[in-house]
Ligand binder design. Structure first.
Ligand SMILES: Nc1nc2c(c(=O)[nH]1)N[C@H]1C(S)=C(S)[C@@H](COP(=O)(O)O)O[C@H]1N2
Ligand SMILES: [Mo]
Length: 240
């Protein structure tokens, strides 16, 4: 059975627990998912959402990065609210959907053919610790450009395999230093730190940086649910 996973039912009906292990691929893929090859082959001709275009062209202030020698290899504390999900790499797909012209469903091999960025930044947790970490991965703006948000899109939801969820403003998503990371300190991302794919960015506090991201849903309005911690009174924007 192919079930189209909508953002609302993924949050409200807690499908994610059920999804978190195995049959991700088939269940997440709806009717009109283009492969990366099809997207790249020029089926992405519609004009971009104007706001996306502006944000891509307008230089956004970069946060200064650190030299490799500043990395603190032991300082990143595993901070997981509940459990570490089991994700089968064979079945893993990152789905980018919502109000987009070209929904994507990409496995890790496809993600690793996209432009790669590496950065050394400080991760800051509100619980009072920080760590200088090197992340390697794909800038989120690359994926958003491929998916082509429709006019009106202002936010992204990030759904994780452990039922964590977050929402971000579009400008922060398109910031050149916001990425979906698959490497930490030059090595494949460890499971506890969010493998195969997690958010990394020097512009947001730690709780915005979702681990085990399986779905990015672009929307024009926020739902009553805004984020796992935000729904328990943490600040939503959480900028650094
Ligand atoms: N899916 C998911 N993402 C998450 C969390 C979590 O519990 N689940 N914890 C958040 C918090 S509070 C922090 S500080 C960072 C910690 O990342 P780390 O465990 O790799 O150090 O992940 C964030 N992302
Ligand atoms: Mo945190």
């Amino acid at each position: 059975m192919v079930e189209k996973l909508s953002l609302e039912n993924s949050i409200n009906r807690r499908n994610l627990l059920r999804l978190s292990g195995y049959s991700l691929g088939g269940m997440l893929v709806g009717g009109s998912v283009l492969t990366l090859a099809e997207s790249l082959a020029g089926k992405v001709a519609e004009p971009l959402n104007q706001k996306v275009e502006e944000l891509l062209l307008k230089p956004q202030a970069l946060v200064p990065e650190f030299p490799i020698s500043a990395i603190e290899p032991k300082a990143l504390i595993v901070n997981t609210y509940d459990f570490t999900p089991k994700i089968s790499l064979n079945e893993f797909r990152l789905v980018v959907d919502g109000e987009v012209n070209h929904p994507l469903s990409l496995d890790m091999a496809a993600l690793q053919t996209l432009p790669k960025k590496s950065m050394v930044i400080r991760h800051v947790c509100v619980e009072g610790w920080a760590a200088i970490v090197q992340w390697g991965g794909v800038p989120l703006r690359e994926l958003i450009q491929l998916a082509q948000p429709k006019p009106g899109v202002k936010y992204a939801y990030f759904i994780s395999a452990d039922r964590y969820y977050e929402s971000w403003d579009l400008a922060s998503c398109l910031h050149p230093q916001t990425m979906l990371a698959y490497e930490k300190n030059g090595e494949p991302l460890p499971i506890d730190h969010g493998a195969p794919l997690r958010l990394a960015s020097p512009i947001k506090l730690g709780y915005k940086l979702s681990k085990w991201v399986i779905q990015v849903t672009l929307v024009s309005n926020l739902l009553p649910h805004r984020g796992f911690w935000e729904d328990q009174s943490y600040e939503w924007f959480a900028g650094l």
